[in-house]
Ligand binder design. Structure first.
Ligand SMILES: Cc1cc2nc3c(=O)[nH]c(=O)nc-3n(C[C@H](O)[C@H](O)[C@H](O)COP(=O)(O)OP(=O)(O)OC[C@H]3O[C@@H](n4cnc5c(N)ncnc54)[C@H](O)[C@@H]3O)c2cc1C
Length: 376
């Protein structure tokens, strides 16, 4: 095993691989990605695959629009072996109350400042977009035609392959501890030996808090189990992702024909549950009645790593020199991963940030927090 590196990235999910690729692309040598299981083992391989620009904060609008530009050209940029299955058929967000509709209006004003082509829609217009939609109790919605989804496994693999071609080393090993001298990183202890380095990136998703504790920092994030299921594939009948914040669910049909749908937990669960299966199927078969007869082929769970303002934390630690983190994606880290990889490369290489965003951990102490209002 290599025992010296310019930087060690802990986590082979989409975030860690995007960071590795973006650093290597700028000519950095001796980059190691440590992954204790396999690529996409964490939230990346368990996610709903959605990519949307309909956010309620400027930062998330910037990160998502910049990421979409990269997703749109990812096959060429990363020279992928397989198409990443980007499907841009929109996101239809449903409003069940005046309060929700008012929030959508507010969000759209912000989105338009970033040239996001979102619009408010009436229930009738929503039905035109999704003909099988049962509009009962729906008072309106928002729609952005360039939102959509892509295949997270293929995106994660594409970043890893492109990074490898640029010389990044992927090591199947677990980070067990991080060594520092005074307040500087000096290396990472793994189950395969010690790696000398002055830079560590915490891209460990739901395990990021444990990585923080390895350097004695209590990171302000927590992990929460979210459940999701997939049905048998059927002919294409649903174009956009359909989502509701107040009812906490999302549903999309992949290019392969399977429906993928998920809901936020009502009570705390440790893994998959019957309650989710019952609630999810009841909800979706009422909303999209033709889905009633679909057979479910798989149900699984994964963790959201949640930050206090539901926006990512991407920065160097204020306390430990050389300790970087890209964490707290709060259920939207897949879609932001292209921009996050670039930002982390800016931070590590002490460059000016490519976009005007404030994602440092100090914002919580400074109380400069604008909470993202539109999350599932
Ligand atoms: C059910 C569900 C639905 C979601 N839907 C969406 C969606 O529609 N759109 C969207 O954008 N996002 C969605 N997300 C969120 C998204 O999946 C995550 O934000 C994103 O995948 C995070 O990627 P990551 O690389 O940061 O973390 P992960 O993919 O979790 O990767 C972290 C990796 O670190 C490794 N690791 C941890 N500790 C160590 C260690 N000590 N040593 C070595 N390796 C270690 C793990 O094995 C893991 O592979 C969803 C998440 C879930 C759970």
């Amino acid at each position: 095993m290599m025992n010296k590196a310019y930087v060690v990235i802990i986590g082979g999910g989409v975030t860690g691989c995007s960071i590795a690729y973006n650093l290597a692309k700028k000519g950095i040598k001796d980059i190691i990605v440590l992954e204790r299981k396999y690529l996409s083992y964490g939230a990346t391989g368990r996610c709903g695959a959605g990519i949307r620009q309909q956010w309620g904060t400027h930062q998330n609008c910037i990160l998502s629009t910049e990421s979409i530009k990269i997703f749109e050209n990812m096959n060429e940029i990363l020279q992928t072996k397989r198409d990443i299955e980007l499907k841009q058929k929109g996101y239809l967000l449903l409003a069940y109350s005046e309060k929700e509709l008012k929030q959508f209006k507010k969000n759209i004003e912000i989105q338009h400042e970033h040239n996001i082509p979102s619009t408010l829609v009436t229930p009738e217009e929503a039905k035109e977009i999704v003909p099988m939609l049962n509009t009962e109790n729906i008072i309106g919605g928002a729609f952005c035609p360039t939102d959509g989804h892509a295949n997270p496994f293929l995106v994660n693999q594409a970043y890893a392959d492109a990074a490898k071609r640029l010389g990044v080393k992927f090591i199947k090993a677990e980070a067990l501890g991080i060594k520092k001298k005074e307040s500087k990183i000096i290396g990472v202890e793994t189950n395969k030996g010690f790696i000398e380095t002055t830079r560590v990136v915490n891209a460990a998703g739901s395990w990021s808090k444990e990585i923080g504790s390895m350097v004695g920092i209590d990171l302000p994030v927590y992990s929460e189990v979210h459940e999701i299921l997939a049905t048998e594939p059927v002919k294409p009948i649903l174009n956009p992702m359909v989502m509701s914040f107040s009812h906490n669910f999302y549903c999309q049909q992949t290019p392969h024909g399977s429906f993928i749908m998920g809901m936020s937990p009502i009570e705390k669960v440790k893994d998959v549950s019957w309650q989710f299966l019952e609630r999810m199927t009841k909800k979706i078969s009422t909303l999209l009645p033709p889905t009633k007869n679909l057979r479910i082929v798989r149900q699984w769970s994964g963790y959201y790593n949640i930050s206090p303002d539901k926006q990512p934390i991407v920065c160097e630690s204020e306390e430990i020199e050389g300790f970087y983190m890209a964490i707290g994606f709060s259920g939207h880290g897949f879609m932001l991963s292209p921009a996050v990889g670039i930002l982390m490369s800016n931070i590590i290489l002490k460059e000016k940030l490519q976009w005007d965003v404030t994602l440092d951990i100090g914002r919580f102490k400074r109380k400069e927090i604008i909470e993202e209002p539109s999350v599932v």
